[in-house]
Design a protein around this ligand. Structure first.
Ligand SMILES: Cc1cc2nc3c(=O)[nH]c(=O)nc-3n(C[C@H](O)[C@H](O)[C@H](O)COP(=O)(O)OP(=O)(O)OC[C@H]3O[C@@H](n4cnc5c(N)ncnc54)[C@H](O)[C@@H]3O)c2cc1C
Length: 397
């Protein structure tokens, strides 16, 4: 492993920084730099800015309108964008179903979705989990039955993130109820198709991101099947490996650690800044070591991938370490905030009106993020399951 960025990568970093300085609207950066959920309007506006430069699909190959960047360039781009406060791009399309479609989809599906993907015009919902199929996803029961040129879909999906904004859903369905994995297919469903109903689920932070979806005799053209019937399980594994790798969130961990340092430098204990308390300071340094290790682990994984080594379940490793670190940093932020750690700040009002509410300017958004991040060790496949994958595939147990 080479510990230094090569000069070409450093030059690329400067190019990205200059682009951000010239093109990222400061108001948008201010809104996205808080830990509240990013508005759809900002995501779309930022995607349009990137699209003009040909950068709206940083991880895609050139033939599908992507940048063709190396993994290292993507890492640098993601990091610089995050630090500058750029909104995150639409992950459901760009990082989840998009790569599945350009790898396994039909030419008609490329034609239909490619340009909207690049322009960020579609919001996607991921319809995998069901009330009785989470960790044991292969026991999903939503049924898709072929009827002439259509599939008729009946069933129930749960925990659909951002489902209330979705225009399209990519779903796992059973096309053969007598099989487990081999009976599963992946299908694209318009969110406004007759028979689709979406109900909100309000989370622990009183936010609405999650949804339950019911399919009642929903008819979609057979052409909406992704790839081949019965291959949905392998497409889902491909998608989930990508989802897990980005859920490590190195840039977010670094930014939240910097915020923790800022809070600890300002808040007092016994008349002295918390950052000068030896026990608290040593706990922060432990998190710093964990964060550095996560970053190097990510770079090592990128280097290995570049060399063609795909033997490690890298997504599972990064997901476990990165998500647990997010939670530990959040816990210390709340502890350092003291009484203000318990204050609920009104997200949208704060962003729209500069209404500060009680407390220092770094306090809003911390509790909301802390509560939301209880879920990071669950979604994308619970960490206990990732550890089982690692035990089997990496340690051979
Ligand atoms: C905020 C959030 C957003 C989500 N977004 C989406 C989405 O957009 N689309 C979607 O399809 N799904 C989504 N999910 C669902 C998520 O993928 C599932 O919650 C997850 O796979 C776990 O499934 P479950 O909730 O049914 O828990 P269960 O599978 O019931 O697990 C409960 C607990 O038991 C443990 N456990 C289960 N089986 C084993 C085992 N074999 N060995 C050891 N421990 C085990 C788990 O680790 C977990 O701690 C989301 C979830 C959350 C919380």
């Amino acid at each position: 492993m080479d510990f230094a960025f090569d000069p070409a990568d450093e030059a690329f970093r400067q190019e990205v920084k200059a682009f951000l300085a010239d093109n990222l609207p400061p108001e948008m950066a201010r809104r996205s730099s808080t830990n509240y959920h990013i508005s759809r309007a900002d995501t779309r506006a930022w995607t349009a800015i990137l699209h003009k430069r040909g950068w709206s699909a940083p991880s895609w190959p050139v033939e599908f309108g992507g940048t063709g960047w190396s993994l290292m360039q993507q890492f640098i781009f993601d990091q610089e964008c995050f630090f500058a406060g750029a909104p995150l791009l639409e992950t459901g399309g760009l990082k989840m179903i998009g790569p599945v479609i350009f790898t396994f989809g039909t030419p008609a599906q490329h034609e239909r979705f490619n340009e909207p993907f690049l322009r960020g015009e579609i919001t996607w919902g991921q319809g995998f989990s069901e009330p009785n199929a989470g960790s044991d996803l292969a026991s999903l029961a939503t049924r898709a039955e072929r009827d002439g040129d259509e599939y008729v879909i009946n069933g129930r999906k749960i925990w659909t993130s951002n489902g209330q904004y979705a225009n399209w859903l990519f779903c796992l369905v059973k096309t053969d109820p007598n099989e487990r994995q081999r009976g599963i297919s992946m299908i694209l469903i318009p969110a406004d198709a007759p028979g689709v109903s979406i109900q909100p689920i309000i989370d622990i932070g009183e936010a609405h991101n999650l949804n339950e979806m019911v399919f009642d005799n929903v008819r979609v053209p057979a052409d909406n099947l992704v790839g081949e019937e019965g291959k949905g399980w392998s497409y889902a594994q491909f998608l989930l490996e990508n989802e897990r790798a980005f859920s490590a969130e190195v840039p977010r961990n670094k930014r939240n650690l910097a915020l923790l340092r800022r809070i600890a430098a300002d808040r007092k204990k016994g008349g002295r800044p918390l950052a000068e308390d030896p026990v608290f300071a040593s706990r922060i340094e432990q998190l710093q070591s964990d964060c550095d290790a996560l970053e190097w682990m990510t770079l090592r994984a990128l280097t290995a991938k570049k060399g063609g080594d795909t033997s490690l379940p890298v997504g599972s490793i990064l997901k476990v370490r990165g998500t647990e670190l997010q939670q530990k940093i959040g816990e210390m932020q709340i502890e350092a905030l003291g009484d203000y750690g318990a204050v609920v700040y009104p997200g949208e009002d704060y962003l729209d009106t500069d209404l500060m509410g009680p407390g220092p300017d770094y306090a809003p958004g911390v509790l909301a993020d802390f509560l939301y991040r209880r879920a990071v060790t669950i979604y994308g496949g619970a960490n206990e399951i990732q550890r089982t994958i690692l035990a089997k595939r990496y340690l051979g147990l």
